[in-house]
Structures are given as C-alpha cells and as structure tokens.
Ligand binder design. Structure first.
Ligand SMILES: N[C@H](CCC[C@H](N)C(=O)O)C(=O)O
Length: 282
C-alpha cells in the first residue's frame, strides 16, 4: 500500500492525516494500528481521514481512528489540524468549513496564525447518549470497582464519550491506574476518555487525559471541552476557560445547556511523507 500522508499535531496530540476526498481510503483496525505504531510504522495518537461530504451543505467528511485501531466520533485537536490540512492541500480556500462527523456536523473557523476554532456541537448528558449503562442521569456518578478505589466523575459526550474526575493536583493524579481501569469499565459500553481536572481559577484549569484507544496523550481537545463543560455545569467555572494540558494551552467557551461548545488552539504541520508498507505487527 502506498499512501501520501502529512504528520501534524495539536498541542502535542499527534496525527497522521490522509486525503480520501477524491479517492476513498479504507483502513481496517490492523492497518490503522500498523500506521500508528511508533516503532514499526509512522507513529501517532490518531489517524485522520478526509472524506467527501455526506451532506450537500458540508465541505468534507471526517473519520478518526485511534492508535489501537478503534474509530471515534470526534477529535478536537484533530479538527484544527484537519482544517489547516484541507486549506494547505488546496482542497478549499474557505476560512470557515462545515464538516460531517459521525453524529452531526462541526464548523471549523480559521483564526489566522495557524490557530483554529472548532464548534464541537452541543454536549449530551443523557446516559443513553454517552453511552453510560446502568445509571439514571445525574450531575456525577460513582463506581466502586475501579483500580485504586472508588471514583466519582461527571459523564458527557461531545461526539465521543468522556468521564471527568476532579483532582487536587494533576501532577500526582493516578492517571496510570485509574485511567485504563475506567477507560474500559463495563459501565461504558463503548469505553470512555478519562479526564483528570484540576481547577486553578474560574477561568483556568489544568488537565490530563487518558484517552480511549490511545492512552495518555499530551493533549485531548474534546477532553478539554468536556472537562470545561463539566466544570461549568458544576458551578466551578465561568464560560471562557484556558485549559493547561501537558502539551500546551487550549481555550474553551461554552454558554450553557443547549449551546455548542467551542475549542480554540493551534494546528501544526510537521512533515509530509509516503507510506510504502504497513506490515501489521497485529
Ligand atoms: N481518543 C478519542 C479520539 C481522539 C480525541 C482527542 N485526541 C481529541 O483531541 O479530541 C476517542 O476515542 O473518543
């Protein structure tokens, strides 16, 4: 398989970007894992695929594959890189693009200076939409059978599922134990992204995210949005928040229930390449 690709990142959350806008690209989980492998392949947290639009009002479709080969319905850092990619590949000259994603559409605006603002859609809190099994909708949930002891978390979806735990200090948070245990807990039938949120001020937080299908990443855009939404919903945060992630700072804005959440930040292009083999190491 020969594939041209572009390597990009958003705050250190890194991607292999493929253009399937004119010639369809089909990747199964084995091929995705091979591409994402940091020793036997190119290496990345996620693979982003540019597809043709599914709706007449959209400019593109967007698919996301995690490094474990699983597909996700959203990638916020990836959306910013997606927008820079399609403009620099000459696929569009629009400064605002509409993109079909799994469960709807998102709008990505070029802010200039390789910064972009993504409208990630309206957060969903109903357990059935997350999905979260065996719970009635609540402001927070508790599970007792998680590694490291009982945990309390908020849960929501922004095209992908998120659990958000409040911690005193992200540097000492039990990300390595609680992260994988909650990510694959049976209460989350489609697994879940796990955010560890430290509130510094009403407009500033620190966050680490153990991502579904990728492990801890240097940044998670939808995780930043989910953490801020959970913080605002709990009364701890104002409507504009700076999110300090290990890879850098993202900005999140949310005006409240039934409103879309916005994620702003950089998109960096690192190199272009040609993939000439994808032997899977399965
Ligand atoms: N691991 C996520 C997809 C990537 C999200 C993240 N990289 C972002 O920037 O939002 C999931 O399976 O839902």
């Amino acid at each position: 398989m020969e594939l041209n690709f572009t390597k990009m990142h958003g705050l250190g959350n890194d991607f292999v970007v493929l253009d399937g806008s004119r010639t369809p690209i089909e990747l199964d989980a084995i091929a995705a894992r091979a591409i994402a492998d940091r020793h036997f392949g190119i290496g990345c947290d996620q693979i982003l695929i540019v597809d043709p639009p599914r709706n007449a009002n959209a400019d593109f479709g967007y698919r996301i594959l995690n490094s474990d080969g699983s597909e996700s319905g959203q990638c916020g850092n990836g959306a910013r890189c997606f927008a820079r990619y399609v403009r620099e590949q000459g696929l569009t000259d629009k400064r605002e693009i509409i993109v079909d994603v799994c469960d709807g559409q998102m709008v990505i605006e070029d802010l200039g200076g390789h910064r972009f603002r993504v409208a990630l859609g309206v957060p969903a809190f109903a357990p059935a939409e997350i999905p979260l099994a065996d719970f009635e909708q609540a402001d927070s949930y508790t599970l007792d059978d998680v590694a490291g002891g009982p945990v309390e978390f908020a849960a929501l979806a922004i095209g992908n599922p998120h659990a958000v735990l409040r911690v005193e200090d992200v540097d000492s948070a039990a990300v390595e134990t609680v992260g994988p245990s909650l990510e694959s807990h049976p209460a989350f039938p489609e697994r879940v992204n796990v955010g560890f949120l430290q509130v510094v001020a009403r407009d500033r937080v620190r966050l680490r995210v153990y991502e579904r299908g990728a492990g801890e990443t240097l940044a998670c855009g939808s995780g930043a949005a989910a953490a801020v939404v959970a913080g605002i919903a709990s009364g701890a945060l104002d409507s504009h928040v700076s999110v300090e992630l290990p890879g850098g700072v993202a900005e999140v804005d949310w005006a409240g229930p039934s409103k879309p959440v916005y994620l702003s930040g950089p998109a960096e292009r690192v190199f272009d390449g040609k993939l000439v083999s994808s032997e899977s190491k399965a």
